[in-house]
Design a protein around this ligand. Structure first.
Ligand code: SF4
Length: 377
């Protein structure tokens, strides 16, 4: 199984909390960028993907819904020609409700894209304005309705929590509204105030106050309780899904499987050896320069040794309800979990559970996941 990620680093305007690499652009610049992506596809090399057709493609950003359906079609056609594309492939597009209207989602569905990840974030217009989102709650609801009408049966909704001034009653109302949309999948993001953002400046000026740890914990537990009661599986720290609707693409990250990434600012992972991470500089001018010169713009970011690969395997697997398969781990690394990590395994004995042939950290511990996982470092 192989995967491809396209990074679309453009946004209509910058949200106040966001530190991702993205820029505002013109239609012409986006057209040029799509040409560069096609060139990047031709130049990228990966032995592991050479013999297997793509099973997942993900358009992330930034705001990929700023691309036209024609541009998306072009990229899918180029991907199919370069690697082959399974008829059952999961093909996801991240969409921002403030960036499209009319028949856009119908045209997108006709390209073969079969999964939408809609960046709703909140159903509260005041919160959306504070976040600097370029849409309101009515547009968010209309996006879901439009997606269903266009034939999408696999929809993921993003919801933020721990927003400045938000309490559990506010979040409870947000959850009610989100559940009314009946998504197949939900991703939740607790706000953290990142360096260099407008929110950081506002915080320094006392205009906003981040919620404290206790409130954050109460909100996370509320999300878990409400979504579980509504029939969603909490299958990764920040992700919930109806049974059978887990995100196939993201599962590959957590399973440490190869995923090639195309675009300025994109990160690839290649499984060969103990694994290697590659990175394309988040610099559009350099991206253009290298591709125009016929050079693959990816740079090696990190090459894993055996110990590093073992730690990362656990770090990613224990974020998920699937956990880790100790037999597969030993086959892969030639050493059992207990032998490789005797102190950490003893320290986490009370938290880890065995179910069938797997070892996992149950979701009720995920709130303190970052603290627990330090035992392996
Ligand atoms: S739309 Fe997404 S990527 Fe763009 S600024 Fe807002 S949060 Fe960041």
């Amino acid at each position: 199984m192989s995967s491809l990620y396209f990074h679309i680093p453009f946004c209509r305007r910058r949200c106040r909390y966001c530190d991702f690499f993205s820029t505002t652009t013109s239609d012409v610049e986006r057209d040029n960028y799509v040409d560069l992506l096609c060139r990047h596809l031709e130049l990228i090399h990966c032995d592991e993907l050479a013999d297997s057709e793509l099973q997942t493609i993900y358009f992330g950003g930034g705001t990929p819904s700023l691309l036209t359906a024609e541009q998306l079609h072009l990229l899918l056609t180029a991907s199919r020609a370069r690697f082959g594309l399974s008829a059952e492939a999961e093909i996801t597009l991240e969409v921002n409700p403030g960036t499209f209207g009319g028949k856009y989602l119908q045209q997108v569905r006709q390209t073969g894209i079969n999964r939408l990840s809609i960046g709703i974030q909140s159903f509260n217009d005041q919160q959306l304005r504070q976040l600097g989102r370029c849409h309101n709650a009515d547009q968010a609801r209309a996006a879901v309705t439009g997606a269903r009408a266009a034939g999408f049966d696999n929809i993921s909704l993003d919801l933020m929590f721990a927003l400045p001034g938000q309490d559990t009653d506010d979040l409870d109302r947000e959850i009610d509204q989100l559940l009314q949309q009946e998504p197949e999948h939900i991703s939740v993001y607790g706000l953290t105030v990142e360096a260099g953002t407008e929110f950081e400046r506002w915080q320094q000026q006392g205009l906003i106050t981040a919620v404290d740890e206790d409130e954050y914990a109460r909100q996370y537990e509320l999300l878990r309780a409400r979504f579980s009661a509504a029939g969603y599986e909490h299958y990764e720290v920040s992700n919930f899904a109806r049974p059978g609707w887990h995100c196939q693409h993201n599962q590959r990250y957590w399973q440490r499987r190869s995923c090639l990434a195309i675009g300025a600012g994109a990160h690839s992972f290649v499984e060969s050896g103990y694994g290697e991470r590659r990175h394309v500089p988040a610099d559009l001018a350099r991206y253009r320069q290298l591709l125009t010169a016929g050079v693959d713009p990816a740079e090696r970011l990190e090459s894993f040794n055996r110990r590093g690969a073992m730690i990362e395997t656990l770090y990613l697997a224990l974020r998920t309800s699937a956990g880790v398969d100790p037999v597969a781990f030993e086959e892969r690394f030639g050493e059992s979990l207990q032998r490789a990590f005797p102190t950490a395994m003893a320290r986490l004995q009370a938290s880890l559970v065995c179910s069938g042939e797997r070892i996992m950290l149950p979701p009720q511990h995920w709130l303190i996941y970052d603290h627990l996982i330090k035992a392996f470092f």
